[in-house]
Design a protein around this ligand. Sequence first.
Ligand SMILES: Cc1ncc(COP(=O)(O)O)c(C=O)c1O
Length: 470
Amino acid sequence: MRELPDETRRALDIPADILALDELQMRRLGYEVVDRVVEHLTTIRDQRALTTGDLALLTAQLGGPIPRQGSPISENLATLADIALANQQHGDHPRYFARVPGPSSFPAILGEWLATGMASVASSWGGGSGPSTLENITCGWLRDALGLAPSCEGVLLSGGSMANITAVITARHHTGSGIIYLSDQTHSSIKRGLLAIGQPPADIRVLETDQTFRLNAVDLEAAIKVDLENGLHPMLVIATAGTTNTGAVDDLPSIADICATFNIWLHVDGAYGGPAALCARGRSVLPGLDRADSFVTDPHKWLFQPYDIACLFVKLPGALEDTFAIHPEYLKDVAGGAVEMQNRSLELTRRSRAVKLWLTFRTYGLETLDAAIDRGIGLAEYAQYQVESDDRLEIVTPAALGIVTFAGINCDASDHVRAAAQLTQDGYAAVSSTVLKGRTVLRLCTINPSTTTEDIAGTIDRLAQFLTRK
Ligand SMILES: Cc1ncc(COP(=O)(O)O)c(C=O)c1O
């Protein structure tokens, strides 16, 4: 028999358990992590909503040369929890009202842990039939609960940015390239994505929204007609169901009619607002979701999931596979099954994001989730009531899908930016300022069901004090 080369023998002398931890140690460390997370969740109300660290200090605490030798894992876990993970926004904090909160729930966290611990994979059917089935089922539950067209097929992606652009790539594959229509309230990630996939800037129409920050259907139709007269190909309309700034919902039925008349693909970005359709009050302001050719919603925003998870639905069966399927020789053994999630987007190796969402649906049930979302809508209405009762403040846009904007009376733009920064720096709460048709305002996004009316009142009162204390 041929002798093995020395270097091969040396490599094989390295113990097979080189990376292993013993069972007791794994359990002890696992419980340590559980304890830390439960402590975070149960004391969160007393913690800061957002902490932004200093780069030099954080680098000194976390960096240094790459370790040649290992160090005790317990100490390293503590460094991660107490330094790295303490210096961030806590989107799950009951007084985190900035941008879009991420109020994840404990069942979803457990689902994420389990999926990671068991190396979940939802790529090929042959290699991930269980997780792929979960994804298929969970997307189907969500599709039906949202009232989307029954033929919609889904795929879970990392966030609204990736899901929206995956929809655009699918639409373009089916309709051919052409003009894309958006509004000035379309999320900025979409414009970035369009440019990244080579959409010529001259073929993007950004239409001005009306006074309620909605895409104006009359203007849209007029723009389409001008392009047709000029021999151009209107290809895609991107409407928004819940804008990030104000929670506005575009007039989907009218826009869908226009798209049907001119044979244009209708994509609806419900990354933020979509989950509201799970409850009756949200559904009542979101008519026409079933008319979308493609639809995106982000469970890591308003469906109580930790980052990351977004869901893209496409109405035309097989359209995702037509666009993204690959059939290389090295995947033949595992391909060709019932659901090939690897063929529904640009992601090949992909963890199962469905585990946490499936566990959330099964644990709480739709009725509890409906109520938790409804509470978020109600909290913004309560915030509006508080602002209206305060003679230092005025409403700019009324509560809509969990978002309300307001301003200080006789205050200028810098007063608002300063007030938001001061409150956030204080640590009591985190809020955003934004600009609406040139006016700088304060904005609360109230989708965390654990927020109390006292949290809202305390935040608004502090903001009013900061605004008026010049
Ligand atoms: C309406 C809307 N679309 C898209 C996005 C982008 O989503 P993500 O940050 O998950 O990529 C957001 C984020 O806030 C959003 O509010």
